[in-house]
Structure formats: structure tokens, C-alpha cells
Design a protein. Structure first.
Length: 139
């Protein structure tokens, strides 16, 4: 049996920095648009809305951008950020940017910008779980 060393041969290896709240706040995402790419801070995203094979992204400063990818694809790009939760077939929201949740059959969330977004019955438990894990509060 041949012995294999598990120690690195190069001392140039650096540990990967752990994800911290500060790193997430500074993180930017490259979003493909019709003209090229748009680079925006992840924390500035309020919500994503499906528009066929495109996605409209609403930002905290009030601007909107049409992205040349489906909602599922953009949500996959944001998968490392637990604050993004799919609440409807057509919407993914940033739970850090929710102003309030109104109960009902599925209920709806009111975003910081005042937009009301319906929560599908099938997504209500998923939203409640995400809010509980992220904030430690129950809906």
C-alpha cells in the first residue's frame, strides 16, 4: 500500500474568508441586461418579479431593471443569500426588506417601497420558516 501525504505542497494556500454579515452587505451581483451587465449590491434588492423569460428586479433606490434570465435562474444566482425567499410563482422577496406581513388565506407582504406582494398558500410555510430562521420570530 502506498502512503499518500495530505499536507499541501505549496504554502501559497490561503483560507477562504467566512461569510459574515459585513461581507454579505458589501457583496455585489452581476446581472445580465439587454445592454450588458449591471453590478449592484445584493442588499439593495427589494424583490424579483417574473416576466415571462425575463425577471424585473426592484431596488431600494426605486429603480427597476429587466434581467435577461428567468426568475428561477436569478434565484439560483442568489442561493447563497438566505434572505431571498420565493413567496409566489412570480415573486421572490428579500425578507430584510419586508415592512410587514398581513395574515390571510395566504396573506401578503408589504415591502419597504409600499408594494404589496401576495403569498401563495403553498409558500406560506416556507416564508414562515425562513423568517423564523433568519430573525428568530414566528409569523
Amino acid at each position: 500500500m502506498k502512503m499518500v501525504s495530505l499536507t499541501p505542497k505549496s504554502n501559497n494556500l490561503r483560507p477562504i474568508a467566512p461569510t459574515t454579515a459585513l461581507n454579505v452587505r458589501r457583496a455585489k451581483i452581476a446581472l445580465p441586461t439587454l445592454e450588458g451587465y449591471l453590478f449592484r449590491p445584493v442588499a439593495s434588492i427589494l424583490y424579483l418579479r417574473a416576466e415571462g423569460n425575463y425577471t424585473m428586479i426592484r431596488f431600494a433606490n426605486g429603480s427597476q431593471e429587466l434581467i435577461c434570465k428567468t426568475l428561477s435562474h436569478v434565484q439560483g444566482m442568489l442561493s447563497q443569500y438566505p434572505q431571498f425567499v420565493r413567496v409566489h410563482r412570480s415573486f421572490t422577496v428579500n425578507i430584510e426588506r419586508i415592512d410587514r406581513y398581513v395574515r390571510g388565506k395566504g396573506g401578503f407582504v408589504v415591502m419597504e417601497c409600499g408594494t404589496e406582494i401576495s403569498v401563495a398558500n403553498s409558500k406560506k410555510i416556507h416564508l414562515a420558516t425562513a423568517v423564523e430562521q433568519y430573525f428568530g420570530a414566528r409569523l
